[in-house]
Ligand binder design. Structure first.
Ligand code: SF4
Length: 433
């Protein structure tokens, strides 16, 4: 079987299970591609599809892990302490897979005042967070000015926090509300304090699956255009992929190809982060879902395909901690964040939670060296031996209930004083979970 014939068969439908079609005839070709990828060579999209559908799992994982070992010979796997803070759940875009948003005027819609967002930033700083991800819906009144004010306020109060936030969809929305160009919006929010753009909103970039799940969202080409403008102006980002809403194997690989084409020109994607669609409380109602095996195969293929993207992150939040740990053997060099707060994916059913001790244990028991990183993947603390492991039982994941006004990361957590303040602010105590 040739790569082309495999690609043709894989493209025929979403029901083709990856890994199910390998035959002896394709094995030599697969081995040659795996070797080239493991050596850091470039593989084509057709070859990536052949690996995704037909490569035996263990050689696939071994080749991907060889890439990780070559890139990070000290065996370090990183993690991050950050908090996702939602400023509003009001959104006009109504994506079918989203369980978080509420339409304008819906009685369950809310927007947090800046003071509440700063309080949550203060809690995050008190727990050692180095990053906040400010995320929200496409509020009909939030233009560039809203984001400028928000980012300036956060930077002024907590300059030590990196703002890795919003995504191309929010940038297009704010530009439209304010009558600004993409470039103007990017430059203004960067000047206001945005350090890095989140890879959010990529979902599936090819037209057919994207229209099926998010008909009112910008096209994948437009999503990439915003990223390219941002990269050109020195604002780097990550890139994500949401698997499991009925896309074909060929469309999954096309998503990777579209990102790599931009990366070839800009080099601005620091990391690729695939995750799996969560089925609860949304209009797709879980008719389809990606399996753990599909996810692991995608992780390995992504590591081989993205020879020009430095980091690959596993999503333990959506796939579970077991699959997240397995991903560490398939090329992953980053286990993402503790996520002191996360509400968007949790609203759709992601129930997995973790804490600092457990995340470090997951890395160490996979025979890797854990290290805390910052937004730019600079290592803040390498835990060379178990004696170096951090031990702060307050650093745990807190999910959906904290979307409510007044929510906090846990009882008894102080709020770090904003820059320039002589004393800790007097703010309501965080309620217990
Ligand atoms: S995914 Fe984002 S843009 Fe889509 S409905 Fe949800 S909040 Fe709105």
């Amino acid at each position: 079987m040739t790569a082309g014939s495999t690609a043709a068969s894989a493209a025929t439908g979403a029901g083709t299970a990856p890994g199910a079609g390998r035959t002896g005839g394709a094995r030599r070709e697969i081995d040659a591609i795996l070797q080239r990828g493991a050596d850091g060579g470039r593989i084509s999209a057709d070859e990536a599809l052949l690996l995704y559908t037909d490569a035996p799992l263990h050689p696939l994982g071994e080749a991907a892990d060889a890439v990780r070992r070559r890139r990070y010979p000290d065996n370090v796997v990183t993690y991050l302490i950050d908090r996702n803070i939602n400023y509003t759940n009001v959104c006009v875009t109504a994506c079918k897979f989203c369980a978080f948003y509420r339409a304008p005027k819906h009685r369950e819609g809310w927007s947090h005042p800046t003071g509440e967002i700063l309080r949550r930033c203060g809690e995050a700083v008190a727990l050692g967070a180095t990053q906040v991800m400010l995320q929200g819906g496409h509020h009909p009144e939030y233009g560039v000015e809203y984001y400028e004010d928000l980012f300036r306020a956060v930077k002024q109060a907590y300059p030590q926090l990196a703002i890795h936030s919003i995504g191309p969809s929010e940038i297009l929305h704010m530009a439209k509300v304010s009558g600004a160009s993409i470039e103007e919006a990017v430059l203004r929010i960067k000047a206001a304090g945005l350090d890095s753009i989140a890879g959010a909103g990529a979902e599936m970039l090819p037209d057919r699956p994207r229209r099926a799940i998010a008909p009112l969202k910008e096209s994948g080409a437009r999503w990439l255009e915003v990223m390219e403008v941002a990269h050109t102006h020195g604002l780097e980002s990550t890139a994500t992929m949401m698997m499991g809403t009925g896309e074909t194997n060929a469309e999954r690989i096309a998503h990777l190809r579209m990102i790599r084409e931009v990366q070839d020109r800009t080099g601005g994607f620091r990391a690729f982060i695939p995750w799996t669609y969560q089925p609860e409380n949304n209009h797709l109602k879980g008719r389809t879902q990606a399996t753990g095996l599909e996810y692991l195969r995608m992780i390995a293929v992504a590591r081989l395909f993205f020879h020009n993207v430095a980091h690959l992150q596993a999503s333990w939040l959506t796939t579970g901690k077991d699959v997240g740990q397995l991903a560490l053997h398939m090329g992953v060099d980053d286990l993402g964040s503790i996520m002191l707060e996360e509400n968007v994916i949790s609203s759709a059913g992601a129930r997995h939670r973790s804490n600092l001790r457990e995340l470090v244990w997951m890395i160490r028991s996979a025979d890797r060296v854990p290290a805390q990183r910052d937004t730019l993947y600079r290592r803040l603390a390498v835990h060379h031996t178990p004696a170096d492991d951090p031990d702060d039982s307050r650093i745990v994941s807190h999910f959906s209930s904290t979307a409510l006004p007044g929510g906090g990361v846990g009882a008894g957590v102080p709020v770090a004083a904003p820059a320039g303040a002589a004393t800790l602010p007097v703010l309501p105590a965080a309620p217990p979970e």
